[in-house]
Design a protein around this ligand. Structure first.
Ligand SMILES: [Zn+2]
Length: 84
């Protein structure tokens, strides 16, 4: 059961189903698929790495794939609003 028009994709790090997220218009992503699990080890693990670079923020990276680019994975900075 999925209303995901891109088909069902799961996060390789936590197994959660990726959710469609419509990127802000100022980005060129369009619709992407994102792991929205706050307990995802990929997301959690990214905090330390980025904190070392930018101690003024707590940005992390979520696992995401881009359906418009052959479903290639990339890091989505978590400044993005959370999904429901
Ligand atoms: Zn995940």
């Amino acid at each position: 059961m999925s209303d995901n028009k891109f088909g069902t994709h799961t996060c390789p790090h936590c197994g959660s189903e990726l959710k469609i997220w419509i990127a802000p218009p100022e980005t060129w992503w369009g619709e992407i698929l994102v792991c929205n699990n706050n307990d995802c080890p990929y997301y959690k693990g990214s905090n330390d790495t980025i904190a070392n670079k930018r101690d003024d923020s707590r940005l992390g990276c979520r696992y995401a794939i881009d359906p418009g680019n052959e479903f290639k994975p990339f890091n989505l900075l978590s400044w993005c609003p959370t999904l429901d």
